[in-house]
Design a protein around this ligand. Sequence first.
Ligand code: C5P
Length: 229
Amino acid sequence: MIHGENIGIIIVAAGSGSRFGSELPKQFCMLGDKPVLIHAIERFQSFLPQAHIIVVVSADRLQFWNDLKQCYQVSGTAETIGGKTRWESVRNAISQLPVSTSRIMVHDGARPLVDAKVIERLLDASDNADGALPVLPMTDSLRMATASDESHAVDRSQFFAVQTPQVFRADKLRKAYTLPYSSIMTDDASVMEAAGFNNIRLCEGSETTLKITRPIDIHIARLHLTETV
Ligand code: C5P
C-alpha cells in the first residue's frame, strides 16, 4: 500500500511470442537463474510489497505456470486466463482485481527488468492525472511508408518508444476496457485514449526495461541483469 492506496498489478504473459522463434514463449525463457516472468514478479513484489498481483497466462500454459510457481516458490499472486490478443488478456484480469483498487499498473510479462526508479516516476506523474506511461526517445531516424510504395522522413523528436508498466486510475481503466477492441490497442494507454481519457502523462522510461522479443534481447537483458541487481 502506498500512502494508504490499493495498487493492482496486471502482468500479461499469455502471448505465444512468434517473433522469438522458440516453442517456449519468451516470458518463460531463462534469464540468468530464473525465467523472465519470475524476474518481473519478484521485482514488483520487492518494490510494491502490498500490491495485489494478477498474472495472466494462456489456458494451455496454466499447468506449466503452476509448476513454475512451485519451483521458484512464487506466492502472493493470483492467476487468470488470457485471450487471443493482449487487450483481451488485460480485460480478463481487470475484473479479478479487488473493487477497492485505486490505481492499476499493467506490465508485459516479457519485460523482466522492471526498474524501481521508473515505478517511482510513474506514481508521481500519475498523482493528478488519469495515468502515466514510460517512454524513451527515438534514436534511429524515422520514415513513414506511403500507400504508393514510397516513404518520407518524419521528425523523430515528435515520437517516443512506449514501455510498460503503465499506470492508470482503476475506475477509468475499467471503463475504457468495456469499449470495443481495435487493432491499434497494443498497449493500455491507447485503450484509455480511445475512451477519451487523455490526461495521461509521459515519464522517462529505462533502457533496462526492454521487452524480450527477438532471441538477441535475452543476451542484452543478461548484460543489464548484472547492472540492475
Ligand atoms: O506480443 P507482444 O510482445 O506485444 O506482447 C506483450 C505482452 O503481452 C507479452 O508479455 C505477452 O505475453 C502478452 N500477451 C498476452 N496475451 C496475448 C498476447 C500477448 O498476455 N494474447
